[in-house]
Design a protein around this ligand. Sequence first.
Ligand SMILES: [Zn+2]
Length: 100
Amino acid sequence: MTDIQEEQRRYALAVSGGYCEACGRPLADGQRQGAHRIGNTKANRKKYGWLVVDHRLNVGYACSLACNGKLDISRDAGACVELCRRIYEYEARKYGRGRR
Ligand SMILES: [Zn+2]
């Protein structure tokens, strides 16, 4: 795991409050894992780019493989576009160009 991936996972754990985003049970009870919302696949990387796929807003936390799957929005084009918008706004703010 790279430093960036490690950082993403810590952030995702912090924002989820230590609970599975899909079923709400404490992550300590399950098999804690980082879950990509837009799946980490070659096709998605080609379509959305690494900026989106590797972005910390694209990684949530799940307690199991089943819940990991529930966080995947790859097949919901509208949800993917919405997430991309949030990621780009998040990035734009770094340069003072976000919405106020
Ligand atoms: Zn769960």
